[in-house]
Write a protein that binds this ligand. Structure first.
Ligand SMILES: NC(=O)c1ccc[n+]([C@@H]2O[C@H](COP(=O)([O-])OP(=O)(O)OC[C@H]3O[C@@H](n4cnc5c(N)ncnc54)[C@H](O)[C@@H]3O)[C@@H](O)[C@H]2O)c1
Ligand SMILES: O=C(O)C[C@H](O)C(=O)O
Ligand SMILES: [Mn+2]
Length: 581
């Protein structure tokens, strides 16, 4: 099997890798996985029919990075920077990843959260080049055939969204494709997967956003969302065809809203090795951060009383992960649930309220909450903080400013150091600004947020704000599932990712809740090692190369397989030459 319709990656007698292209000339220059731009050597230019098509000076990758970084720095707006980087990736993937890897902390907020949210909104207005795969109601009947149009033959990981709950900005229709593209930028820049091994997928089942339906320039299908049986018939078709085209691929479900996220995860988790990033990745990152915060407070997880604000994919995922954490700390399920409060848009989950099945487990008995509110009303955020003596507050509601000063003051009465994580993205959806939380609590709150925020300077001290984002989990988790060829992605593997992140933070950044994003690559490698070990232990690993390796050997293996942005030489062998591809 050739890696792509347009080229293959082969090895010479010395084991050196090289590219064997099936195209040449101007066509080759238009393929971002092959194009080296001005870095094609003189020999390559003659061999591939490029001589004369490029300026004569042959540049190095370093010089190309320098040229593009200078231009990047001249751009004023974040969205324009995002679009500049998108175009660079669409021209030359190696150069794009070389640049992004070198400036990871600077470019992450541009490629990913929060700027990617704006790129989603502006998708139909800024569209330039195709990327990934779009299944839609216009092609789902022939999706098997449409998947054959993709030139890549060895995809190992896809990120797919139905775009029903993009970050905290809701249904975004076809524009949601920018999210899988951004997630996969992280997979390659910080998670080790080569750009020819990944695929962003948009499942366009329609949109319920009126302004998109009414916009003639909107690029998605112009009808309302499929629901119920029609929705699952669409999904079943896509999943079957995807599995046939890419039998070795892991699937990351992303930004499915609460009405589809849980059902899709359950329906396909045994069909495809797959996980839901918002439920499981977020659960893992929140558990790791709360464990770190407990360590900083000198307390234990089971000393805490925890409130999760928001009961969608993210909120329930976080509640499930903390429940598991509390059980591991020795509490019974009943004891653990008694110190965990989950609120949706109507307030605290109570057993006498009608609610979706996935919330039910976390509902409290109203009899246990005597005196919290006027009898018969549902406790709100403030009342739950007071009544439940909450010491840890986690925001997954997408509601800006929901964590107000009175809420913080109430927490300070329960604990000297409240743990407060406004985890909603993008920045405009964050439940509070970290600087307000630090100020209102006079520097006592332990704060992390979903989106990137600068350190807070307050009364001569600097408080770094950790980024509690599933970016610390999914690249390592997905890479591990790929390297292990895991049959399924188990809850045990997800939990191990959380514990690995917590251990890494404790060992390398003991003063922090999360590591700085500068070390994301290293975090992903550590997470990957632990997740592979767990997959092996659970008998889920199907790749023999990961069996019987100790942690050091596994780390070396993970590092060796980690894709690096460097140009491979081209060769064109004459017909009949034996090749190792
Ligand atoms: N930091 C991270 O890594 C991370 C990961 C996943 C999700 N999130 C964030 O969490 C937010 C929700 O995402 P999701 O995927 O769970 O969406 P979702 O559509 O599945 O759920 C949204 C939930 O928000 C809650 N909500 C809405 N209005 C509310 C209100 N007024 N008061 C209390 N709760 C309210 C509801 O319970 C609803 O179910 C988004 O802003 C998203 O960016 C962050
Ligand atoms: O995309 C992110 O930044 C994190 C998370 O998956 C989200 O939906 O907010
Ligand atoms: Mn998400």
């Amino acid at each position: 099997m050739k890696v792509s319709h347009y080229y293959d990656v082969c090895r010479d007698a010395q084991g050196q890798r090289y590219l064997e292209p099936a195209v040449s000339g101007a066509v080759l220059l238009g393929l971002p996985l092959l194009n080296k731009g001005t870095a094609f050597t003189r020999e390559e230019r003659w061999m591939l029919g490029l001589e004369g098509l490029l300026p004569p000076h042959v540049t190095t990758l370093e010089e190309q990075k320098e040229r593009n970084y200078r231009r990047y720095r001249l751009i004023a707006s974040d969205l324009e920077k995002h679009l500049f980087l998108r175009e660079l990736q669409d021209r030359n993937e190696v150069l794009f990843y070389a640049l992004v890897t070198e400036h990871l902390a600077e470019m992450l907020p541009i490629l990913y959260t929060p700027t990617v949210g704006e790129a989603v909104r502006q998708f139909s207005r800024t569209y330039r080049y195709p990327r990934g795969f779009t299944a839609s109601t216009a092609n789902i009947a022939q999706v098997q055939q449409a998947l054959q149009h993709l030139p890549l033959n060895d995809v190992r990981l896809a990120v797919a969204t139905d775009s029903s709950a993009i970050l905290g900005i809701g249904d975004q229709g076809v524009g949601g494709l920018a999210i899988p593209i951004g997630k996969l930028n992280l997979y390659t820049a910080a998670g080790g997967l080569g750009p020819d091994k990944v695929l962003p997928v948009l499942l366009d089942v329609g949109t319920d956003r009126e302004e998109l339906l009414a916009d003639p320039l909107y690029l998605g299908v112009h009808h309302r969302r499929l629901a119920g049986e029609e929705y699952f018939a669409f999904m079943d078709r896509f999943v079957a065809a995807f599995k046939q085209r890419y039998p070795n691929a892991v699937m990351q479900w992303e930004d499915f809203g609460k009405d589809t996220a849980f059902a899709v995860l359950e329906r396909y988790r045994e069909v495809l090795p797959s996980f839901n990033d918002d439920i499981q990745g977020t659960g893992a990152v929140a558990l790791a951060g709360v464990l770190s915060a407990c360590r900083l407070k000198g307390e234990r997880l089971h000393d805490q009383r925890i409130l999760v604000f928001g009961a969608g994919a993210g909120g329930i995922g976080v509640a499930q992960a903390l429940l598991e954490g509390l059980r591991r700390a020795g509490l019974s399920e009943k004891e653990a649930l008694s110190r965990l409060y989950v609120l949706d848009s109507k307030g605290l989950l109570l057993k006498n309220r009608p609610m979706e099945e996935y919330k039910r487990r976390f509902a409290h008995n109203p009899k246990d909450l005597q005196g919290w509110t006027v009898a018969g009303t549902v406790p709100n955020l403030y009342e739950t903080v007071v009544g439940g003596r909450v010491s840890v507050l986690l925001g997954l509601s997408g509601q800006a400013e929901a964590f107000s000063e009175p809420v913080v003051q109430a927490m300070l009465k329960n604990t000297p150091q409240p743990v407060i994580f406004p985890l909603s993205n993008p920045t405009s959806s964050s439940e509070a600004l970290p600087e307000d939380l630090v100020r209102w609590s006079e520097g006592r709150a332990l704060v992390a947020a979903g989106s990137p925020f600068p350190a807070v300077e307050w009364q001569g001290r600097s408080y770094p704000v950790g980024q509690g984002n599933n970016a610390f989990i999914f690249p390592g988790l997905g890479f591990a599932a790929v390297l292990a060829k895991a049959r399924v992605v188990s809850e045990g593997m997800v939990l191990e990712a959380a514990l690995a992140l917590h251990d890494y933070t404790r060992q390398h950044h003991p003063q922090r809740i999360y590591p700085p994003v500068e070390v994301l690559r290293e975090v992903s490698q550590q997470v990957a090692v632990r997740v592979i070990q767990q997959a092996v232990q659970e008998g889920l690993a199907r790749d023999e190369r990961v069996l019987n390796k100790n942690p050091d050997q596994l780390l070396a293996y993970v590092r060796e397989r980690f894709w690096q942005p460097e140009y491979l030489p081209f060769r064109v062998s004459s017909p009949g030459t034996p090749k190792s591809c």
